[in-house]
Design a protein around this ligand. Structure first.
Ligand code: ASP
Ligand code: MG
Length: 423
């Protein structure tokens, strides 16, 4: 008997029919003798619908009073899901009880709309499991120290599931979703993309932060911190698929590097269209300039990703960095209004929102030289110009013109032999 956490995403919970299928699948796992905790998302589209209602009434604001109410509102989607799933399980003849985050409780800080989990009290859940019940807990939400409902950021149910699994020291956390695992890249861009049977936790973390949308980044961080065995698998197989087969399906996120020894040097190609480039040209080449520019950006709570500064000529340097699209206009204004005047008015700011970032990821890069140059050669053979480069131990990213994104991803996928065998 194992203790297993199942997480079902919005599409998997998308209708009462789908919820009935989830109930049948969960019932199958309990009949096989396992203790099951289920963490579902809201029904697909529901969180957007709820947040849309708020917009109909008032423009978004960043005040705590407003954000508190957004969380109060958005958290209800998951409450609907857990109630419906418990009803469906009971109809299957399986004892089940549902809880909202505050009932467990799942304690968080008070950063509304992006709260972090501080602790989870497992006593009630354990008592129910020991009494033979399936326990269903809302994803995406918790309660702060003052008793307010909080949410964990979009896609946060993944994090709830992993955190619950960590708190219960579950044997495994199964993330059931609408794709059947983690792929070498997005199959919509490269149809020959291949499902990975295993991916190391570090690679998964890079892929999630570089734009792969399979798991919320924070859930991967959490899994790493507490060593939660995590598997991404499909909820669209027939619910009565053989349980032993199902338990091995999808992609397992591993913590053992040895298991990866035989694997390719590059495991995946990630891409991200959500960034824009900003360059500050002709800044004086003096100590403190990077701080003056990026300090102002950080103070405005704008996250910066790739940064480059060229070698100076005639005492002047150019300084470029990327920010999220949503922060682009604000960052440009800030630089023009505040930073340029402070730099003595000689520098100049230009921006380009039509860029993208393409990355190769693989823990094999640690022990192999020449991986990045192979990437650059493949791109140059397609005539793709690289605007910026950034590397870490297990990834190399390039910033290129957005219009070459798909070509770049396909080219790199081929260059690093990631296609399906025989494709
Ligand atoms: N329902 C929330 C969202 O749409 C959380 C989740 O689905 O993970 O972002
Ligand atoms: Mg999701």
């Amino acid at each position: 008997m194992a203790l297993i956490v199942h997480k079902y995403g919005g599409t998997s919970m998308g209708s009462t029919d789908r919820i009935a299928q989830v109930a049948k699948r969960v019932a199958k796992w309990t009949r096989a003798g396992h203790q099951i905790v289920v963490v579902p998302s809201a029904m697909s589209g529901e969180t957007n619908r709820l947040l849309g209602l708020a917009k109909e009434l008032a423009p978004a604001r960043q005040t705590a009073e407003y954000l508190r109410e957004l969380d109060m509102l958005a958290s209800t989607g998951e409450q609907v899901s857990v109630g419906l799933l418990a009803i469906a399980l009971q109809a299957e003849g399986v004892a089940a009880v549902s809880y909202a985050g505050w009932q467990v409780p799942i304690r968080t800080d008070n950063a509304y709309t992006k709260a972090r989990i501080d602790s989870i009290d497992d006593r009630k859940v354990r008592a129910d499991l020991n009494a033979g019940k399936v326990v269903i807990i809302t994803g995406f939400q918790g309660i702060d120290g003052a008793g307010n409902i909080t949410t964990l950021g979009r896609g946060g149910s993944d994090t709830s599931a992993v955190a619950v699994a960590a708190a219960l020291k579950a044997d495994e956390c199964l993330i059931f979703t609408d794709v059947d695992g983690v792929y070498t890249t997005d199959p919509r861009v490269v149809p020959e993309a291949r499902r990975l049977h295993t991916v190391s936790f570090e690679e998964m973390l890079e892929m999630a932060s570089l734009g792969s949308k399979v798991l919320q980044i924070r859930s991967v961080e959490f899994a790493g911190k507490y060593k939660v065995p995590l598997r991404v698998l499909s909820s669209f197989t027939p619910w009565d698929i053989d349980i032993a087969e199902e338990a091995k399906s999808g992609t397992l996120i591993t913590f053992e590097e040895d298991e990866k020894m035989e694997q390719a040097i590059v495991s995946g190609i990630a891409f991200n269209r959500d960034e824009a480039k900003i360059s500050v040209l002709g800044v004086p080449d003096l100590p403190g300039i990077a701080f003056q520019i990026l300090g102002a950006v950080a103070d405005a709570n704008i996250e910066v990703d790739v940064i480059i500064q060229n070698v100076s000529r005639d005492g002047k340097a150019d300084f470029s960095f990327t920010v999220h699209h949503n922060d682009y206009a604000r960052a440009l204004d800030l630089l023009k209004d505040k930073v340029l005047p402070a730099l003595g008015g000689q520098a100049n700011v230009v921006g380009d929102p039509r860029i993208c970032k393409v990355s190769i990821v693989g823990i094999g890069m640690r022990s192999h030289v020449g991986v990045a140059s192979k990437m650059f050669r493949a791109l140059s053979e397609e005539g793709i110009n690289i605007q910026m480069i950034t590397t870490s131990e297990i990834k190399t990213s390039v910033v290129i013109d957005e219009k070459y994104m798909e070509l770049a991803v396909r080219t790199l996928h081929r260059a690093f032999d990631l296609e399906q065998p025989g494709a």
